[in-house]
Design a protein around this ligand. Structure first.
Ligand SMILES: Cc1cc2nc3c(=O)[nH]c(=O)nc-3n(C[C@H](O)[C@H](O)[C@H](O)COP(=O)(O)OP(=O)(O)OC[C@H]3O[C@@H](n4cnc5c(N)ncnc54)[C@H](O)[C@@H]3O)c2cc1C
Ligand code: SF4
Length: 477
């Protein structure tokens, strides 16, 4: 019976949930994909061939039990599918929405390699957990017996929140400090609603609050307390602050009005979505309505910016990237979505100057060509002499990626070890930093990475912190 429901990839084609029409979806910030109905989810899950060595799981940073919950879904045992999927992840419905599955599980699905099109793992994952929320199967966090020890977590992004959940389950008192006024990190203020609607994040945060985790919002470590203050207050501390120093562009005119940072630009509509007052949005400085927009960069942040500009009613949206499509770091799926929505990509181009004086009116750009591969294996761009061009622009968004802030200085902790990139140095086995009882996880250790890796780090670091605090408690007893 079970076998009849599986291995259907030969006769059942790959079918993602329908995307809303590009013109219509560009009018709002709602997610672009519809959700499976039960029959479609069961049918698509049933395409899985139940591999003995499931490459999907191997390539999932969380090692989710993918074939097992696909089988349960195909058999109509949705609650069990949810429980299994939830057992390895604190946020499966968020991963289902925003993981780059084409590079992880789906990109390594054997059915993809055999030419039948991967099992639509992410869409099924989203379906299972959204259903669980609706059906009331998502249970409160099971808080373990109180241990009389507390942890301080700096940063309420996916790494900090995942660690908070696992530590609370183990009976610790958990305090989460964040400089923003809401939890979620980049899930809340960076990633746009058309990829991840905010109620999806907020219901996760609420569940943690209900479990007795204390959130200290608008609390910036370095301003409102030093790292030492938190170390004195808690038995151990986790640094999960992400990376926020925007990479700059060295070109004349870069300081002109109208040349803005990607994260400022993306945060504004996310705040508006919550109903916050955002003067820079209302006065037009962080709003693309009616403007000719040029976004510089080729990563996921750049894709989020161009698609936000479309939704704000820009007169035109161009993405300037110095390599070609095949060599861009952003997801191909997001690039295709952007193209459908009317974004124009200007490949092999880099800005040379921002023109117009005090307020930007245009970009002078150089044509590039690709030379030999660099250390990362990607071909390095070099200027193609004599091939300059101009683009009109009254809003330029710099989206060249992020680096770590100078935490030893910010935190008043010069003895906190960092790498030459400024990321926090953490022991590969214990995830502890150079400071006793201070651990680190997520982007602040890896550099700009992915939500799924932040969740994985949160899970791992909670186990390490638990082991360390148990030992500390034993010695003190
Ligand atoms: C625009 C954009 C789009 C992205 N899209 C995707 C995507 O589609 N899929 C994907 O997998 N990944 C995506 N990413 C990457 C992903 O968001 C990050 O890898 C992930 O959020 C890292 O989690 P984190 O918990 O380490 O840090 P963050 O999510 O950055 O959270 C860190 C938290 O620490 C807080 N903080 C920082 N300093 C302090 C301080 N001194 N005191 C108190 N609090 C502090 C911050 O306010 C923040 O809330 C995207 C990133 C960006 C910028
Ligand atoms: S690799 Fe594809 S076919 Fe194999 S178990 Fe994973 S989802 Fe199923």
């Amino acid at each position: 019976m079970a076998e009849e429901r599986m291995l259907k990839f030969v006769r059942t084609g790959q079918q993602y949930p329908a995307k809303r029409d590009a013109e219509l979806r560009a009018e709002d910030f709602r997610e672009i994909a519809e959700r499976y109905g039960v029959p479609a989810a069961e049918e698509q899950a049933g395409r899985c061939s139940q591999c003995g060595v499931p490459y999907c799981t191997v390539h999932c940073p969380l090692h989710n039990h993918i074939p097992d919950w696909l089988r349960l879904t195909a058999e109509g045992r949705l609650r069990e599918a949810y429980e299994l999927s939830n057992s390895t992840s604190t946020m499966p419905e968020i991963c289902g929405r925003i993981c780059p599955q084409d590079r992880l599980c789906e990109g390594n699905c054997v059915i993809e390699f055999s030419g039948h099109g991967a099992v639509t793992i992410g869409s099924v994952e989203k379906f299972i957990t959204d259903t669980a929320w609706e059906e009331g199967w998502v249970e409160p966090v099971r808080v373990g017996p109180a241990r009389g020890q507390s942890v301080g977590i700096i940063g309420a992004g996916p790494a900090g929140l995942s660690a908070a959940e696992y530590l609370r389950e183990r009976g610790y008192e958990v305090h989460v400090y964040d400089r923003h006024d809401r939890a979620g990190g980049l899930l809340t203020y960076g990633i746009p609603g058309f990829k991840l609607e905010k109620h999806v994040v907020m219901r996760r945060v609420e569940r943690l609050r209900e479990a007795g985790i204390t959130f200290h919002h608008s609390f910036e470590v370095g301003r409102d307390a030093s790292l030492d203050d938190l170390r004195a207050k808690h038995d151990s501390v986790l640094i999960a602050t992400g990376v926020y120093k925007a990479r700059g562009i060295k070109a004349p005119g870069v300081g002109a009005a109208g040349v803005v940072e990607a994260l400022d630009y993306l945060t504004a509509p996310n705040r508006k979505g919550f109903g916050d007052a955002v003067p820079e949005y209302d006065d037009g400085s962080l709003n693309a309505a009616g403007k000719h927009v040029v976004v510089v960069g080729g990563g996921d942040t750049a894709m989020d910016c161009v698609r936000t500009a479309v939704r704000q009613g820009a007169a035109s949206v161009k993405c300037l990237y110095r390599r070609d499509r095949a060599n861009m770091p952003g997801s191909q799926r997001e690039t295709a979505n952007a193209e459908e929505e009317g974004v124009e990509f200007v490949w092999l181009s880099a800005p040379e100057a921002f023109e117009g004086g005090d307020t930007v009116t245009g970009v002078r750009a150089a044509k590039m060509r690709l030379g030999a591969p660099d250390a990362s294996g990607r071909r390095s761009p070099e200027i193609d002499p004599g091939a300059e061009f101009q683009l009109p622009a009254d809003l330029v968004i710099k989206a060249l990626g992020f680096e770590a802030e100078d935490l030893p200085t910010l935190f008043g902790a010069p003895e906190l070890g960092v790498t030459r990139w400024g990321t926090v140095r953490a022991d590969g086995k214990t995830m502890m930093t150079s400071l006793d009882g201070v651990f680190a996880a997520g982007d602040i250790v890896r550099g700009a990475s992915l939500v799924v890796w932040a969740i994985r780090d949160g899970r791992d670091v909670a186990a390490h912190m638990h082991a360390w605090m148990r030992e500390k408690g034993r010695i003190a007893a």
